[in-house]
Design a binder for this molecule. Sequence first.
Ligand code: ADP
Ligand code: MG
Length: 564
Amino acid sequence: MKKIIILPPEISQKIAAGEVIERPCSAVKELVENSLDAGASEIKVELLSGGKKMIRVTDNGQGMSREDARLCFERHSTSKIETVNDLNRIETLGFRGEALPSISAVSRVILKTSDGEKGTLVEREGEDLKQVSDVAFPRGTSVEVGDLFFNLPARRKFFRSDRAELSFILRYLTSVSLAYPEVRFSLIHGKRQVFDFPPVAGRKERIFQAFGRALLERLFEVDYAEGDWRLFGYSSRPPSGRRDRSHQLFFVNRRLVKDRTFQAALNQAYRGFLEKDTFAEGFLFLTCPYPEVDINVHPAKAEVRFRDSSRVFQLVVHVIEQEVLKEKGIKEIFPVGEGKKSSFSREEISPASAFRVGEERDLIWKDVLPPPAKKAQIYPQAIGQYEQTYVVALSEEGIIIVDQHNAHERVLFEQYENIDREKRWPKKLTLLPVVFDFSPSQVLSFEENAAVLEEAGFRVEHMGGRSYALREYPDIFNEQEAKDALLSLLEEMKAETIEDKKKKMLATLACKTAVKSGQALTLEKMNYLLEELFKLSNASLCPHGRPVMVKISRKEIEKGLRRS
Ligand code: ADP
Ligand code: MG
């Protein structure tokens, strides 16, 4: 082993800088946070080569005196906290006094600032102070960062293309701008103005500026207060989500945070309500008492720790879930802006003769529950079947087209869930034992799932070797169907938890017993299906996460026919 030495400051500074500043976007983030902390109402970000060559952030905040302008580059120089206790209630975005020293240790910095009295220019190159001089400058601050990591080439190698670095910065700025709608943000890359968001009244307007109308129309608003806590924001109207999580943004006391609690809460709130492999879009703003959240967790302050994260989880789930349940979540084929409520009443609807009304062939209609009680609610009214696959119905809001198989599957799934919960599966004995020779993997699956299958009414006896006999099966099948279902179940029940297994099983049973595509239905059956479907809180997706129906809204029909 070599002898221990204390690292000279030019090395230790660079190591420390590397923790705070990873790429141009990290520098932009620190500078913009300083501008926001300085109370700026305008923040302009200019870049050359994706920020690799030059970053300049200019604000009209409170500025600095000459003394502060020199001091701010010293490590642990901050105006934002004074005592250890202050760490418990940090109201500013910065507090560590590390950003400017870190940035200046690894770049060429020109600071121009004025507190309204006299302007100061400070120029630095790495650890060297080059000059401090007078400069004419309006109240505010401009920090120019040239050649980031010029003295740490190993870091520069990790930079991506100009485009990629620019897109990180663009993403960060649009995100942070959502929490400060009263602040004007602009971004200029080379000669190009990338965006310019003037101040607006609220977050909704800012989301509109940053993401456009289409996104906003996919979202509902929540605003919930409980004591000193408030959760405000916008979140996806089911069932349409997004393929990635890039539109999940969380803010705590106006700070953009990466936080698993929020992510998990959104997942929970939308469980079963979003199309397969999609994630909710959510822009959520939480405000809570400062001591409830510790932001001193991460050098770049991106992560936070809640004193009581389960409270945060519960709050988000509760608030979002309520709204999710209210949405009927029917996917529109041609989404349009929110129109006024339609005045289309049921009496005005007369079944159109353009649609052929289905006739019943040999349909085995599965109805394991007693017929529903008298209807109080108004359900969409079936007018016929299209290609013996889709039920066409009229509702107050427009024309609804329902996939008969997926819809029936959805309905049966719910019924089976109830039956399963109450453990009252009707069972039927086989006439003669139905004997199977299972494959080795089927044997394994059977051994793993025997208990769950038995609960649902599949009683299977081991005959020796890989032979098994089906003795009893759920009385929603005929014998052949029961056999098919058992084999499918052995294939499909590979999920991990008992709960997931149950779900898979019920979904398979529902799928096997639901009406098929291509089967003719009577109007009576179609209407029964619609009624059962619309009684469900979550009618829009089948148990496998495929959409059950689409809607052509009245508004869109009127638009298409030039009536509006
Ligand atoms: P921190 O933000 O954690 O305090 P920084 O290194 O980012 O640490 O900044 C150090 C200090 O410099 C700040 O506390 C603030 O007083 C001052 N400062 C930095 N940027 C600005 C700015 N844009 N406007 C006014 N003061 C600033
Ligand atoms: Mg700072």
